[in-house]
Design a protein around this ligand. Structure first.
Ligand code: DAH
Length: 352
């Protein structure tokens, strides 16, 4: 009985000083271990005692065993709780903490203008169609638009011609892919000088009513200055239906410019000449500051162009215009030199 009491004392004292899970484990082995546990040894010796003692000492030893097991369990729970707290505090994620800033790109100013223009025309019921090929045939860029090769009007567009050898290669590749050769068999190939090239391309495969815009890169073989670059972006508009008049053209344009710039701007049409329209106009815009600026070319689609598209002569009417988006971007963002857009200087581009 005495040794049990002594065992209790020393066991409880040891327990109180235990600070780690591992210590607890060796304590358990030391006192309750099956082979060499101190209490186990006492219990084992019970058999050699007389009956009465065996009963009382056995009970006492068992009580101590249960007591120790309970204490060990309490400690185990406390340690587990501590461990959990430590994990929680170490691995906690503060979701209110702002994340590190990542470098981000942004749209080019010309892309901004292009998207804005597309948005405006979409809201007016026009479809935005793909801009057509930048490397174009002489046919769609000129002939189909009523500009035959001996026509002096061709001089209006300074053209980058693609060498006749590459033209032949392109023709052969198209044939090899099972597509028909260009409409004009020995077509010459060029970098399109305007987006008007999409007009007949589109009409060949679509019937009126047509309300489309198409934008993309265009090219001119000329010296550059602050207002002219060899590459620029045009947006072409084509509207074909019955009973179309200049009034529709004028309304469409003034609605566009008022949405793009300010409700205060106004437009005016001046007679001009483009072989694919009749009558043709140059369109000016009066800015909010009262200045008149030339903005674009426009007109009523020439019947010859509708005929080239395969439409029944005299059956349809249409208007069209082509506007330079670089020009609009320059005005909107007050850019003094058009060449800045394509100079690749990120200090310029970062401002947008
Ligand atoms: N394609 C002409 C140019 O680049 C602009 C133009 C004029 C387009 C009249 C049109 C138009 O659609 O009707 O100079």
């Amino acid at each position: 009985m005495e040794s049990i009491n002594a065992l209790r004392k020393s066991a409880l004292r040891r327990l109180r000083s235990i600070k780690h899970k591992e210590e607890l484990r060796s304590f358990e082995v030391e006192f309750l271990g099956r082979k060499k546990g101190k209490l186990t040894a006492v219990l084992r010796r019970l058999g050699s005692l007389p009956h009465r003692e065996r009963m009382s000492i056995g009970q006492e030893a068992n009580t101590l065993r249960l007591e120790l097991l309970e204490e060990i369990n309490k400690k185990k729970n406390i340690f587990a709780e501590h461990a959990m707290q430590e994990i929680l505090s170490k691995e906690a994620v503060d979701i209110t903490f702002p994340p590190p800033k990542r470098p981000r790109g942004h749209l080019h100013p010309l892309t901004h203008i292009r998207l804005e223009a597309e948005e405006i025309f979409s809201s007016m019921g026009f479809s935005v169609i793909p801009g057509g090929p930048e490397v174009e045939t002489e046919y769609y860029n000129f002939d189909a638009l009523n500009i035959p090769s001996d026509h002096p009007a061709r001089d209006l567009w300074d053209t980058f011609w693609i060498s006749s050898r590459s033209s032949k290669v392109i023709d052969q590749k198209r044939k090899a892919r099972g597509r028909s050769a260009f409409r004009v068999p020995t077509s010459k190939v060029l970098l399109r000088t305007h987006t008007s090239s999409v007009q007949v391309r589109h009409m060949e495969s679509h019937q009126p009513p047509i309300r489309i815009i198409a934008s993309g890169k265009t090219f001119r073989y000329e010296a550059t200055d602050a207002k002219h670059d060899t590459e620029f972006i045009q947006l072409e508009c084509l509207f074909v239906d019955k009973n179309v008049s200049v009034a529709h053209l004028k309304h469409t344009l003034s609605a566009f410019f008022q949405k793009m710039f300010s409700p205060k701007v106004a437009i005016r049409l001046r007679p001009s000449y483009f072989p694919f329209v009749e009558p043709g106009f140059e369109v000016d815009m009066r800015t909010a500051e009262g200045e008149w600026l030339e903005m674009l070319g426009a007109g009523m689609v020439h019947q010859q162009v509708l005929k080239n598209a395969g439409y029944i002569p005299g059956h349809w009417k249409g208007f069209a215009f082509g506007v330079g988006l670089d020009r609009i971007a320059m005005m909107k963002y007050k850019i003094p030199d058009v060449r800045l857009f394509r100079c690749g200087d990120v200090r310029f581009l970062r401002q947008f």
